[in-house]
Design a protein around this ligand. Sequence first.
Ligand code: GLN
Length: 315
Amino acid sequence: MSTKTPTRFQPVLDEIVAILRPQLGQGGTVASYIPALARIDARQFGIALRTCDGEEAGAGDFETPFSIQSVSKLFTLTLAMQRMGDALWERIGREPSGNPFNSLVQLENEQGKPRNPFINAGAIAVADRLVSQAKAKGGSAKTDILRLMSSLCGEPIAFDGEVAQSEADTGFRNVALANFMKSFGKIDNDVAEVLDTYFHQCALRMSCRQLARAAAFLCRDGAHPIAGEPEVTGERQTRRINSLMLTCGTYDAAGDVAFSIGLPCKSGVGGGIVAVVPDQLTLCVWSPALDATGNSLLGMKALELFVARTGLSVF
Ligand code: GLN
């Protein structure tokens, strides 16, 4: 992996850490639905970025690995778009849900077709597509996911086995979502196999530095972060992923996030958020305490500060 450091952004990241550090542990709550997340120290904050020409910068706890949770939905969508192109959209919509990420309510009216790939139902439907694609080649979707993440980072990425097991032990709503979609004929594979893939993708462990790198193709019209590797997605597909992140990437807070930050973002309940400034850079912020919508409280503040300090925006 070729990287150039430091970047002109390093002072901005240092300033954001200095501003936010006194607020650590002062608001929001760490996800508590599984022990491995409940015991995480809320007083952590990291920020890292990678520019479209390969410069990297980081500050705070940017090297600390965490559970990426729903940020993974961005990468499984990428994999499914690579494999299936537009056929993917026969099973999955592209509208913001305006509902919590694990909501069941819209699925009945919409005949088991999830609103978008970034809510749980949508990501489970994407996982089903990945299982089918992998099976057709005698492979495994979990291996495909690890291969993509490791290739994008230029270093090995792994699942956290304890988190994956806890997701399976407590994922009653996800089991319900998968079975409900299956009842409409919208899941092709065995529900247990699809959920095993979904629970593992949620359990990917990565740092801010690794996630900023892994998402770097999104600020480079789909070009792989490592020189010489084939493109990750075409220009048109990349634009589509960014627009879905803007409209649906932060669940029912997406409108507010577009208003106050104005960047395509994808968040997870582990406290990570990936954000993209097309043609400029990708950013990852992490702080485990969440607001009521399940997005990192200080992570969102950090993105607001970054946009205010740099004037970077898609608008
Ligand atoms: N593992 C969590 C779930 O499936 C992921 C949710 C999230 O990060 N928003 O509910």
